[in-house]
Write a protein that binds this ligand. Structure first.
Ligand SMILES: *Cc1c(COP(=O)(O)O)cnc(C)c1O
Length: 447
């Protein structure tokens, strides 16, 4: 018997076929060659059977897949506002306009328009950050993990950093604070226990080798029960008495107090600044609601040390980030405007009635039997762990598909929709569905 794999058509022969010729007219040759190769490889892996839909159709499908971008917009119907896997914070219209404006031409990125000479990219968001937070100086880098790496390297390289055992956290993407610290060239000195750390734990650990005290906000988990930790202000006082700096990684970058909306327990940036920390680090794309960025606030000496450290160059922010961040920060000059315009803040503070009416709109538009039921949304993204936001959900019991197959179908549309399954039903949370996406969701649910 001949091995059917031997009888597979040759790549060159397929490339000359009429079905593939039309592809070559509309796609780059390299892409078409890859589509043909992958189709033949798949057939070989299937024991040498030709594709069920025929060679041309299979090659055309492969070419379509290869030509499509992989980073596509999706609709977040999960109700997790800061969904790290779905790109964290959607941007405010002003931020999108600012980055588009800067992307389409040259910009004053490192050019001082007043003097007509070289300027610094570090100048752009600096004044706004100082104005909004009361810090003495500020620096923007690529992300908060980079900000922590930079801060430790600039202030404590070659020395020891003292940190509570209860704060040696792992953040999203399997990055661990101890690993970041090691790469910055500092030695970790752990004090206290997992659940309790006291001021005397830090005091006893301070030696002439100690170069910094570090506090890391537990942003993605809660400890409760028999617990104790040392407030930032007490650590700042201790650090200054012992002539070492204090770095406070607050994580989420909360510029607006959300306590009036029932969200408490996350330190605001203003509180962190008031604690007297020499350096504060946080993300741009968590509760701040801007682009991916790491923000360092602190004393002039601490920020100057960070600017001068070689790591500052390796984690520098790009112009699109700086443009989007500057526009986002500018909105905070009017807190009510920030709350309305910054999608993350709007979603977190949206009233239950508005959510119910959006859920009803979805229900009305959909032919399937759907219910509007009470449920809970989450903040996500390592912020306000454990907080539950009351919401109204659209719940669907699919008739012809299993819930798993139904959510898979929603993911496979032109604009993928990411939904949850709860109690064997498919649920969509209108909190994270942006207003202009409602019609798309209705259409997808009716398909
Ligand atoms: C999220 C987080 C980070 C990392 O921030 P990225 O911007 O994702 O790099 C660091 N520290 C804390 C406490 C965080 O919550």
């Amino acid at each position: 018997m001949t091995d059917p794999r031997r009888t597979l058509p040759a790549v060159d022969a397929l490339l000359e076929g009429p079905g593939v010729a039309s592809l070559l007219a509309t796609h780059p040759r390299g892409l078409v060659v890859r589509a043909v190769r992958e189709t033949v490889d798949t057939a070989r892996a299937n024991g040498g059977t030709a594709p069920a839909e025929g060679w041309d159709a299979a090659i055309q499908a492969a070419a379509r897949r290869l030509a499509a971008p992989s980073l596509v917009p999706v609709i977040n119907a999960t109700g997790v506002v800061l969904h790290t896997n779905l790109g964290r914070a959607p941007l405010a219209p002003a931020a999108i306009a600012a980055l588009t404006n800067v992307a389409s031409g040259y910009s004053a990125l490192e050019y001082d328009l007043g003097r007509g000479a070289r300027g610094s990219r570090h100048a752009h968001c600096r004044d706004l950050l100082v104005e909004l937070t009361g810090a003495s100086d500020a620096l923007v880098v690529n992300n908060a993990a980079g900000a922590v790496l930079l801060g430790l390297s600039a202030l404590a390289r070659g020395g020891a950093a003292i940190v509570s055992r209860g704060e040696l956290v792992e953040i999203g993407g399997a990055f661990r604070i101890p690993d970041i610290m090691a790469r910055s060239g500092v030695t970790l000195v752990e004090v206290g226990t997992t659940n309790r750390t006291h001021p005397h734990d830090y005091e006893r650990a301070l030696t002439p080798e100690s170069k910094i005290l570090l506090k890391v906000h537990r942003s993605n988990f809660q400890v409760s029960g028999f617990t104790a930790d040392v407030p930032a202000a007490a650590l700042a006082t201790l650090a200054h008495a012992r002539k070492v700096p204090f770095l406070y990684d607050v994580g989420s970058g909360l510029l607006l107090d959300l306590a009036p909306w029932g969200l408490t327990g996350e330190p605001t940036v203003a509180e962190a600044v008031a604690s007297g920390a020499d350096l504060i680090t946080f993300s741009g794309d968590k509760l701040l609601g801007g682009p991916q960025a790491g923000i360092l606030l602190g004393s002039e000496a601490a920020i100057a040390a960070c600017r001068a450290d070689p790591i500052a160059r390796t984690v520098r922010a790009d112009k699109l980030t700086l443009a989007a961040l500057e526009a986002t920060l500018a909105l905070y000059r009017d807190p009510e405007l920030a709350r309305r315009e910054i999608p993350v803040l709007r979603m977190l503070t949206e009233g239950k009635e508005a959510l119910k009416s959006r859920a009803e709109t979805l229900k009305k538009g959909v032919k399937n039997t759907v219910d509007v039921i009470e449920g809970e949304s989450e903040v996500g993204g390592g912020s306000f762990p454990g907080a539950k936001l009351p919401t109204w959900l659209v719940a669907i019991t699919p008739r012809l598909l299993t819930p798993d197959a139904y959510v898979a179908r929603l993911r496979s549309g032109e604009t993928p929709i990411i939904a949850r399954i709860s109690d064997d039903r498919v649920v969509l949370d209108p909190r994270t569905i942006l207003p202009h996406q409602i019609d798309t969701v209705i259409r997808a649910l009716n398909d």
